[in-house]
Design a protein around this ligand. Structure first.
Ligand code: FE2
Length: 284
């Protein structure tokens, strides 16, 4: 096992600075700006994204986004009267969840030899890319993402999801960098987000949490990351990011990959009825 693989197994995450050319990240952001402009041209239903919602209202736009390219607003983008309080290009929280399969620029960024080799090194080279997100963390209003594990949202049996988090811009303490709980991937995952049989989604608690959220949050460590950094997160690793109250955007791109031999429940929120799963080397 390589030193990187040992660190990943021990800590539940691995941070690799200088892992990709920031110019490639910039071209991803250029393409994302085009997607947002197209979205703005015919503004469909508004959908606000927060993982803090214990029970999400039924939102077809969200639930149908697994095999599409959809734009979601920042919660604080709207004034009290429901109109946009900021320009559209500063109002979008994220783009998701299938641009890695549907858009050629995102496809190319998501499937490189370097990434495939790193996945091999960490023992997840056979995984398939189930989800992508371009997360803006907009200046001033970028929403926090509460402490969670990705396994909660992309449940497989056994647990297999691995997150790949690319810093497209510098992520610092000021603009809402990731925080992770070293070794936390060995704790039991006590929540599962799933589709509700009656419609919408719900967060189920599994077993009894052993510590309060406040106790756990004290031991998180910040993962400050200059543009070009890749952080790989075990799916059972608790992590969060704070709101961005600074004037610097903190754009990141994420990929989530699962073991195709693990069971993927049909009540997972993310379903991809029109798209086959492809791996790191399955380029178009
Ligand atoms: Fe996450």
């Amino acid at each position: 096992m390589s030193a990187a693989a040992e660190r990943f197994a021990r800590d539940g995450y691995l941070v690799v600075e200088g892992c990709f050319d920031p110019a490639a990240g910039a071209s991803l952001l250029e393409r994302a700006a085009d997607i947002v402009a197209d979205f703005a041209a015919d503004m469909p239903a508004r959908s606000v994204f927060t993982t803090d919602d214990q029970v999400r209202t039924s939102d077809a736009y969200f639930l149908d986004s697994g095999d599409r390219i959809s734009c979601f607003f920042e919660e604080e983008a709207f004034a009290d009267d429901g109109t946009l309080a900021v320009p559209i290009d500063r109002a979008i929280n994220k783009i998701g969840h299938a641009q890695h399969d549907l858009d050629p620029v995102f496809d190319r960024f998501s499937r490189t030899d370097a990434l495939a080799d790193l996945a091999d090194e960490l023992g997840v080279g056979g995984h398939r890319l189930v989800q992508s997100m371009l997360i803006y963390k907009q200046p001033g209003i970028g929403g926090e993402v509460g402490a969670h594990t990705d396994h909660t949202f992309l449940w497989t049996e056994p647990a297999s999801v691995v997150g790949f988090w690319f810093a497209l811009e510098d992520a610092t303490l000021d603009n809402g960098c990731l925080w992770a709980l070293p070794g936390g991937h060995r704790r039991p995952v006590d929540r599962r987000f799933r589709r509700h049989p009656a419609g919408g989604t719900r967060m189920d608690t599994i077993g009894a949490p052993s510590e309060t959220a406040a106790e756990v949050t004290r031991t998180f460590t910040p993962l400050e990351a200059p543009a070009g950094t890749l952080a790989v997160l075990d799916g059972k690793l608790p992590h969060y990011s704070a709101a961005n109250r600074s004037q610097r955007r903190r754009a990141a791109y994420t990929l989530h990959a699962i073991d195709p031999t693990a069971r993927y429940p049909d009540d997972n929120w993310l379903q991809r009825p029109t798209l086959p799963l492809r791996g790191f080397r399955d380029r178009r």
